[in-house]
Write a protein that binds this ligand. Structure first.
Ligand SMILES: [Zn+2]
Ligand SMILES: [Zn+2]
Ligand SMILES: [Zn+2]
Length: 137
């Protein structure tokens, strides 16, 4: 089952049958390699889906736990399908690009911290900020 089908089913069960506009937002999110903000989605869909509808759909997906909220500290909330393989984010302060990265050694280090801390950790976020390869010089 694709994430779009899974999300559609969950929304329907919660009484929010996504219409054509909502379905476009869901499909778009599924095809992205990383998180997207409401405005970005609105632009990517050629402004054919109203910005308010994009926000509403993102809220509903969030309520149902279907997306993960990514906050990189620039005031824009971005979302990605929560089924996306676990990864973290590199953020370019020049062009605003957000890219995914994954690192097994980092995950192991975080697990070791969890063990030492005595906390039961349910989530973690890592954001690396700087200038991307295109912007660095
Ligand atoms: Zn991501
Ligand atoms: Zn850049
Ligand atoms: Zn991680």
């Amino acid at each position: 089952m694709t994430w779009t089908d899974h999300a559609t089913e969950r929304l329907r069960a919660a009484g929010h049958r996504p219409g054509g506009a909502g379905t476009r937002v869901i499909r778009h999110l599924e095809t992205q390699s990383c998180c997207r903000g409401a405005q970005e989605i609105y632009e990517a869909l050629d402004r054919e889906v109203g910005l308010a509808s994009v926000y509403r759909m993102l809220d509903r997906l969030d309520e149902q736990g279907l997306v993960q909220r990514i906050d990189i500290g620039d005031g824009i909330v971005r979302y990605e399908p929560s089924r996306e393989a676990h990864h973290h984010h590199l953020v370019c302060g020049e062009c605003g690009k957000v890219e995914p990265f994954a690192d097994q050694t980092l995950e192991q280090a975080i697990e070791a911290v969890e063990e030492r801390s005595g906390y039961s950790v349910v989530a973690h976020e890592v954001v690396l900020r700087g200038a991307c390869a295109d912007c660095r010089d």
